[in-house]
Ligand binder design. Sequence first.
Ligand code: IYR
Length: 219
Amino acid sequence: MTTPRFVPLTDVHRPSAPPEEAALAFYEVMRRRRTVREFSSRPVSRTTIERLVATAGSAPSGANKQPWRFVCVSDPQTKRAIREAAEAEERAFYAGRANAEWLADLEPLGTDADKAFLEVAPWLIVVFKLVRADDGGQVYYPTESVGLAAGLLLAAAHHAGLATLTHTPSPMAFLSEVLQRPDNERPFLLVPVGYPAEGCRVPVAALRRKPLDEIMVVR
Ligand code: IYR
């Protein structure tokens, strides 16, 4: 057995405002996050993407195994390959794989099988979940862990003034092939990152957020 080592907690984030105010200020930032499906081709630097991924990689994870990989794609040919494969799956989805209730639920969002954003957005961050560590060891709560990391990724992008889309083409196996990922990585989420297109429109239906009394219970 190894004895755990500890160090004093020193590098502490201290907001300039007290918690009530800081929480409100952050909420005012985050409540403006909107999923965007019309992206501008305006470039975003690789350094920016590296910083977003570093934030995502700071998420907590089961036994600190950090069971994630962020494959960042800016190469046009690779983006095109992803778009083509994704659209093939989406055509099958909209043409019958989805049941009637699912299609009805999507109607207000105005989605369809056209995924131009997969070529237009300057970056696609493809988030993979590790089902085994790179050394073959176990991982714990990988789905929860990578979900937390993905949330931080979206928050980091929004905080940097960039738009994202949480895209889950289904099934996603083609991402492993196109991106030549090893067997211990499973596609989890595809996140286009960039600026919204000039004149970008967003669906009214997606604006509604459940009020606090619907999502919060205090005991
Ligand atoms: N994957 C499809 C359909 C879709 C499914 C859900 I659940 C959404 O919230 C949005 C879309 C697509 O990307 O069009």
